[in-house]
Design a protein around this ligand. Sequence first.
Ligand SMILES: Nc1ncnc2c1ncn2[C@@H]1O[C@H](COP(=O)(O)OP(=O)(O)OP(=O)(O)O)[C@@H](O)[C@H]1O
Ligand SMILES: [Mg+2]
Length: 379
Amino acid sequence: MAKVIIEQLYKIYPGIKGQPGKVAVSDANFAIEDNEFMVLVGPSGCGKTTTLRMVAGLEEISRGAIYIDGKKINDVPPKDRDIAMVFQNYALYPHMTVADNMAFGLKLRGFPKAQIQQRVREAAHILGFLEPDNLLDRKPKALSGGQRQRVALGRAIVRNPKVFLFDEPLSNLDAKMRVEMRREITRLHQRLSNTMIYVTHDQVEAMTMADRIVVMKDGVVQQVAEPLTLFNEPANLFVAGFIGSPPINLIRGAITQDAGRLRFTEKTAVSGVTASGFILDDAQAKKLQPYLGKEVIWGIRPEYIDVADTDTSGGFTARIDLVELMGSESYVHCTVGGQAIVVRTGSAHLRHREGQAITVVPNQKYSLFFDPASELLIK
Ligand SMILES: Nc1ncnc2c1ncn2[C@@H]1O[C@H](COP(=O)(O)OP(=O)(O)OP(=O)(O)O)[C@@H](O)[C@H]1O
Ligand SMILES: [Mg+2]
């Protein structure tokens, strides 16, 4: 059992030589439930590692509190927090065997020999170190990158901690190995069902592994939600743009009126081009009524746009600039007025050619509108 609560948490690194201090984490508030796999994601420098290190006790808390199972741990030394951390640079001891590398932490803590052996055996079994080859007596240099990473996981598993912390543990691996290890860690979580906090800057890793995701930017938590909620209901422009690949299309325009109905009209950057747009359905119109006559940013993901062969109601004209063939699908890059959009289609649309005019039909249900001033999702 381990629930972690992060409450009004701040980290301010002191400035050096009269420089102002750096606010690395600012007023973070969220909880990680017992057995939950929580991923912290965000661009480089947004404060992910700092947050994790405060949970681990490796970094002093400037303000606020962290609780594990209701107990405030601000002043509890790292070794007494019942936490195991797996780092990006896992640094195994090169002169020790796999078994000894895994046992080392338990030896330091004075565990009895029989218990150490049993825990190492169990971890070795979970991580596949016994079959097809027994790796326990090998030294790290005789292991592949993925196997070494697994030993680093093993060191954490034998500790059987309340909470596992991972800081970008897969970023040293090649793409294929990363995908394999991703699944392995997910399986590990299903099997051990400990509470896990996992840091990555890779949104795909976050989306595929997480129960819930914390999106951070410049030390500030932007949204805490399940992966699909982040995808379909991002709280603001930053989250919308950070999650999803190819990224969401963001098109500037305004809410106008057309024969008594509300319409989104694209604000074309090219003079002489007719402004494109579409009539809003009832649900969207209700939501956007207060924005009549005002500017908004329309967000639509590439997968929520269809290409129609004929002029369809609800669609508008776009010109194809480039078609990227991915094999199983294509990304059709087009221009709407003066603004670029990407449409993701199945391979049935391979016949599209550059320069061609097409009708694109957005799925209104998944159309998002943002306030350009606050950058927040209009709900
Ligand atoms: N010891 C330190 N002293 C001063 N500033 C620091 C210190 N450690 C980190 N920072 C700053 O705090 C901010 C957050 O750093 P942090 O390492 O938490 O980012 P991150 O989200 O883990 O980034 P990355 O994805 O690159 O690992 C950065 O601007 C960083 O430069
Ligand atoms: Mg980091």
